[in-house]
Design a protein around this ligand. Sequence first.
Ligand SMILES: [Mg+2]
Length: 319
Amino acid sequence: MKPNPVHGALFGLAIGDALGVPVEMIKRDVLKKDPVQDFTNYKGPEGYKGHQQPVGTFSDDSSLTFCLAESLCNGYNLNDIAARFVQYFFEGYWTAGGVVFGVGKSTEDAITRLRDGVLPERSGNYDVNCTGNGSLMRILPLLFYLRAYPVGMRYHMTRQVASITHGSIQTILPCFYFLEFALEILNGSDRQTAYGNTAKTVSTFISNLEPGQQHMDVLTPLINEDITQRSEGSINSIHHAVHTIQAAMYCFMKTNSYTEAVLMAVNLGDDTDTTAAVTGGLAGLYYGFDAIPEKWIAQLKRSNEIKDLGDRLTKAMGL
Ligand SMILES: [Mg+2]
């Protein structure tokens, strides 16, 4: 296990998010000509408005990740996680600078239902056509809690926490794959071993799920193929969970440093903040907190409070 895995994951994710915020929805071919290489006040093509946030501002991906991390400091409690999501969306809790922006429709609707008294077991979008990456982007801290449990419990908790906003199987399975892969990394596996072991664990587990809950095809490129052999053109970086997990794994497996991984993810374009958040969480965990450029840590909004949160979660999780 790398030192400070919690800090590596939290900062890795939030910095990826913050690098992606200024160019969210910009197309890949545009970024190819003028790639993001740093925190930047990106002006973009003519007519591009973006989110107009100060440099180092993270978005909903990180805010909801921090809500989950805060909650886990006090144990595993779905109602408490949900209450913090409500506090984020309606009161600006754990925002970078008080502004809530870029929140997806399923997340907004689910949090509104939570505010109106719907239980977290029922608040999510359970429509079979729910495909968004809004649960994948915020699920990583759960890794530190579920690592102590057998795979059946890990799946159960992943599904519960994911379903607060996204309850469809095609959004749950990418979260499950992501946390299983991250667990391999946390336990010290090298990347290739982690890739092979995760494919085995996940495919065996999914094949034993009830019919209708299997949807193995969602993860086929990660389970039956070597994602690094794909062409970049076949990697989709839009906001579907199944695409985001593939794009993040592609960037993580194809590069050899935290910096290279997150910049590759941002420069895939489209859902830049989330692709880079998911990639950055993994890369931060793998390369370690100390491998993240210091200037990015310093430029990230609320850096000291994120450090403190990392300290508290590390202690609470016995890491
Ligand atoms: Mg976002």
